[in-house]
Design a protein around this ligand. Structure first.
Ligand code: UD1
Length: 420
């Protein structure tokens, strides 16, 4: 069955871990580099599977890249047809970020429907509808999408039908080089949108209101690449916090934006963890048993993040009493429930919610990650299970965590990557 993570649970964690740059910032930032003249340089880029896939797409679109230590330089240096390579485009949802940059650079773009975690239906209608309003022509032939705008995009006043993170980022990238003004209403307010806007501004874009529901952009003729440090990954930070809550002991999470992590920390505090914030860091400590937190809901930023829901749920499996985590964003967020129950947890999926009746102990099992965050959640749960758990489906986890096993092992957990 290939690779698996071997977790020997039951050991409390102890130590500090540094949070890497956010995957959900880095992926749109890499696409945005295609909009720029000259070199863009991103410091501290994690070597995730999705980053590697992005580099294949950038190469196909005429860019060169170079790793310099942990920094990544990207420069567009050749004309290329706007055709995304099939494999990477299908492997991740983030291939959709190349729509707007490729339209600006190549006049058109052809790609299959983007892939990614199977969290329920994930249409891209808002991305396409917004581009259509800006003058692009959208054409589906079977499974293949072609979007063209040979004479460029024009600014528009556009209301997103829901605050999609990805669509806000697509339309921001479309607007910065469009003719005239674009107003995006009902935009997503996630920190990763703000980070993308900050990079684009550094490159010469004129953007106001990123981080609010209304973003105003004055199109410019040209952007010049810049140096940028992406924000820390709030989902990796949430995973570390949940790991401390699940395993017991303590973890000092360094390099994190506390505001973005606040809803996760609040739930863990309510469950009985001690949360000790400091400048750009927080220590999460569990002494004794956790208690159930009742019903909590995810939502768009600044609410509790959908991506953090599975790892927080994992920490609540052994909390005394009941909890329920309801995801308002995706229909199938808790594919990890089967794995939780194989470990001895008592959970049931009810619509978009995962209902949890806390159990005293978890035991070892063979479990399989079905998606990225659910996979991390199985590892977090296994930290609390006495005995040896094998977590398969490592390829999902690798999409968002550079080295989850190594990070947890540095904190005293017994986790390692094995080959069968
Ligand atoms: C991004 C994040 C992902 C996170 C999600 C919600 C990246 C690379 N990924 O994904 O980790 O879980 O935000 O915070 O940043 N929708 C439509 N039509 C569209 C676009 C979205 O119906 O055109 C729906 C989706 O099906 C989903 C909801 O809107 O139910 C939210 O999706 P969206 O905010 O777009 O998430 P992503 O950008 O895909």
């Amino acid at each position: 069955m290939g690779e698996y993570l071997l977790v020997r649970g039951g050991r409390p964690l102890e130590g500090a871990a540094r949070v890497p740059a956010a995957k959900n910032s880095v992926l749109p930032l890499l696409a945005a580099a295609l909009l720029c003249e000259g070199e863009s340089f991103f410091t501290q880029v994690p070597r995730l599977a999705d980053v590697q896939q992005s580099l294949v797409i950038l190469s196909a679109l005429g860019c060169e890249y170079q790793w310099r230590g942990r920094g990544l330089a990207v420069r567009r240096c050749a004309e290329a047809p706007g055709v995304l390579p099939e494999g990477p485009a299908r492997a991740m949802r983030s291939s959709v970020f190349y729509l707007a940059p490729a339209i600006h650079r190549c006049g058109r773009v052809r790609m299959p429907m983007p892939g990614g975690c199977k969290l329920g239906p994930r249409p891209i209608d808002i991305h396409l509808d917004g581009l259509d309003k800006m003058g692009a022509r959208v054409d589906w032939r079977g499974e293949t999408l072609t979007v063209s705008a040979p004479w460029g995009l024009t600014g528009a006043d556009y209301t997103l039908r829901l605050p999609s993170v990805g669509a806000t980022e697509t339309l921001l990238m479309a607007a910065v080089l469009a003719k005239g003004e674009t107003v995006l209403r009902g935009a997503a307010m996630e920190p990763e949108v703000v980070d993308l806007a900050a990079f684009l501004q550094r490159c010469g874009a004129r953007i106001e209101g990123a981080g609010s529901p209304m973003i105003r952009v004055q199109g410019v003729r040209e952007l010049r690449g810049a140096v940028h440090t992406p924000i820390p990954d709030r989902i990796v930070a949430a995973t570390l916090a949940a790991a401390a809550a699940s395993a017991g002991g303590w973890v000092r999470i360094q390099n994190c934006q506390l505001e973005a992590l606040a809803p996760t920390l609040e739930i863990l505090r309510r469950a009985g963890c001690r949360v000790e914030p400091a400048a750009n860091a927080v220590t999460v400590r569990r002494v004794g048993w956790l208690r159930g937190v009742g019903r909590v809901y995810t939502g768009v930023y600044p609410a509790f993040s959908t991506d953090a829901a599975p790892v927080v749920a994992a920490a609540l499996l052994t909390a005394a009493g009941r909890s329920a985590v309801e995801d308002t964003v995706f229909e199938n967020r808790f594919a990890c429930a089967e794995g939780f129950n194989a470990l001895g947890a008592k959970t049931a999926r009810a619509g978009r919610a995962l209902e949890i009746e806390g159990v005293r102990a978890l035991g070892p099992a063979r479990v399989e990650a079905k998606d990225l965050r659910g996979g991390a959640a199985l590892v977090v749960a296994a930290l609390a299970a006495q005995g040896e758990t094998k977590v398969y489906g490592v390829e999902h986890i690798r999409r968002g965590y550079g080295d989850l096993a190594g990070t947890l092992a540095n904190l005293g957990a017994q986790v390692r990557l094995c080959q069968e």
